[in-house]
Design a protein. Structure first.
Length: 622
């Protein structure tokens, strides 16, 4: 990258291509996809009922929504986890009464404020929307195209292109390898509770003046290392910013910091808020502030003045609004001053609550899953950047093939690893997998540099068993659905037969007493849907059903199970394997297993790819 500004300009063009591709996908989804299909995809609730409305602590008008669908209480009826999450925009609709009728959309869009189970809370623009909701019959809601995140990323790239911020321009050169990284001269610290590579990573973070990368392969304690690095940084700095691509990742590291006794201010409600994190969200802290009762009373008075319309309305409103603003600013300042860590998603770093906030250090967790434009949103607020993740696991999701091919899928972490390899520390000891499960992944993805800690090296469910097994499936795949999804029912049935046999071999009582958990992974959603149905319907799995999880590779990112079974589905005479050729997804799938890994696939089809051929040869050699 000889000209970093031209690079960012090209990145902006690719982002706009991705935005248009996603907009078109949502248009097709809204207009052509059957309602039942939307529900199964996790992008729609129907029917729903609007409940009580109220103003939340941030003075937003919100409405409670209840999902009335019978399938809503049966999680395994859906093909995927719901995509209706905190912060996502939605639109309300009324499906046509007749087959040839048209769907009617309500006149406003909303944003999800909270969702759990069958209950959702959404923000609405005005009180008129409440009336529209209350009179609408046969009401549903669906995901709406989110322009907000794209606008936020585009503005961040524009700031870089226009040269805003001297420090940001310096970091741009460092990231591209045009300027050398710098380090502080400090004496290495000892952390006896960390392994040598983790200790080295923490010291490299403390020394870095510009950037450092903590490369954490599966099971190597990346979160533990990052939390320790943040904790030690706070001995030198007053406050740091911690970000990640997803709410779930932000919540996870925030919880670990709270466990260390670090005061955290969580900007943006977590998607699934537990009691511990709820008390650290901005909203709850705002409500708990001593000045909040007065602010609530002032806001109530403002609404009453609007309704009563007294003769001196404008003067009273001006006085009340000034007082409300004064109280809001005081509470906001107190909350930020008390926090040692401010935590939010990358897009959340543009939240209006963050206006004027600057940080010496920005930590980006799961950096290998974040689009580079999203990273720049947070980088604008920071003096130096620490990235943690694994670019050999799941990449960012890109809808536009051309944008991906042209480089949008290449993350900032990948760029830095390539341009500034000296600032990267690989965590080299894993604490999750049996050594035999780990070795192939280590050799293919990590140059054989990973080692298994002695505590897990020989872990297994049964004595003297082979930890990783390939089971050949011979029946051909089938195409289903308008998007040509793939399914292989014969392979799924074979998997369930082997699972039943293995449970019987171990003993169902032992499974229950030791809570031996099982994960079933397939890259294809239709296959996971079929497997869920079968497990729910078959009597032989009734007693252990609560110990079995079925999902896609994306759904298992960051998770682990005692036993993992993988259904690869693809079986055809042409050797076509589709997106199984994205080997990083297979790396994620295989490395979820602690003790036992069973892979189901057609040898003849998959051996056309050198990765799978080598994998089969490795398994056969055990």
């Amino acid at each position: 990258m000889n000209n970093p500004t031209l690079y960012i300009q090209r990145l902006k063009q690719l982002l706009l291509m991705e935005q248009e591709a996603e907009r078109e996908e949502f248009r097709i989804q809204s207009e052509r996809m059957p309602l039942e299909r939307k529900i199964r995809r996790g992008v729609c609730w129907w029917p729903v009922r609007a409940g009580r409305s109220y103003y939340n602590s941030l003075n937003q008008l919100v409405v409670e929504i209840e999902n009335l669908s019978p399938a809503a209480s049966e999680d395994d009826e859906t093909e995927a986890d719901t995509l209706l999450e905190y912060g996502k925009p939605i639109q309300f609709f009324q499906p046509p009464a007749a087959k040839d009728g048209k769907t009617k959309y309500l006149s406003f869009n909303s944003t999800i404020s909270y969702v759990e189970g069958n209950r959702m809370v959404v923000t609405v623009p005005s009180a008129d929307c409440i009336a529209e909701l209350s009179t609408a019959e046969r009401l549903g809601l669906q995901l709406y195209f989110d322009e907000t995140s794209y606008r936020t990323m585009t503005r961040a790239l524009d700031d870089v292109i226009n040269g805003k911020g001297k420090r940001m321009q310096e970091l741009l050169k460092v990231f591209g390898g045009l300027q050398a990284t710098r380090q502080l001269t400090i004496k290495p610290m000892s952390f006896p509770w960390l392994n040598p590579t983790q200790e080295k990573a923490v010291n490299e973070v403390l020394r870095a003046k510009d950037v450092a990368v903590v490369h954490g392969p599966p099971g190597t304690g990346k979160t533990t290392t990052l939390v320790e690095a943040i904790y030690e940084t706070l001995h030198r700095e007053t406050q740091v910013l911690v970000c990640a691509q997803s709410n779930m990742a932000v919540d996870w590291i925030s919880e670990k910091l709270v466990d260390h006794g670090v005061p955290v201010l969580r900007i943006g409600n977590p998607t699934h808020v537990n009691d511990k994190m709820l008390s650290f969200t901005y909203e709850r802290k705002f409500e708990a502030h001593p000045d909040y009762p007065e602010l609530w009373a002032v806001r109530r008075d403002i609404r009453q003045v609007h309704q009563q319309k007294p003769s001196n309305k404008h003067q009273r409103l001006a006085r009340l609004r000034d007082r409300a603003q004064e109280l809001e600013m005081r509470i906001n300042a107190d909350l930020f001053n008390e926090a040692r860590v401010v935590a939010c998603t990358l897009v959340g770093a543009a939240n209006k609550l963050m206006v004027g906030q600057k940080f010496s250090t920005l930590f980006i967790d799961e950096a290998a899953q974040a689009l580079e434009p999203a990273c720049w949103i947070a980088i604008r607020r920071a003096g130096r950047v620490i990235l943690a993740g694994d670019h050999q696991q799941l990449p960012p999701t890109i809808k536009c093939y051309e944008a991906m091919r042209e480089g949008l899928g290449r993350t900032l972490m990948e760029r830095i690893v390539e341009a500034q390899p000296e600032c990267v520390t690989l965590l080299g000891v894993q604490y999750r997998m049996n050594d035999a499960i780990m070795k192939f992944s280590s050799g293919w993805f990590y140059e054989g540099k990973l080692q298994s800690d002695p505590s897990v090296r020989h872990r297994s469910v049964l004595d003297y068993e082979t930890p990783i097994v390939w089971i050949d499936s011979e029946e051909p795949e089938q195409y289903v659905g308008e998007n040509h999804g793939r399914i292989n029912k014969a392979e799924a049935d074979l998997l369930l037969l082997h699972l039943q046999g293995y449970i019987n071999k171990v003993g169902i009582n032992r499974f229950l007493e030791e809570r031996i958990d099982v994960g079933i992974i397939s890259p294809y959603r239709v296959q996971t849907h079929y497997l869920r149905q079968q497990i729910r319907q078959r009597e032989e799995f009734r007693r252990v059903r609560h110990l079995i999880t079925v999902g896609t590779v994306d759904g298992f990112q960051g998770q682990e199970r005692d036993i993992i079974l993988i259904s690869l589905v693809r079986s055809n005479e042409h050797g076509q394997i589709g997106f199984l050729s994205d080997l990083r997804r297979m790396n994620v799938a295989m490395t979820r297993a602690r003790m036992k890994l069973l892979i189901f696939g057609n040898r003849a089809t998959l051996s056309h790819c050198s990765f799978y051929q080598r994998l089969i040869e490795y398994i056969d050699s055990l």
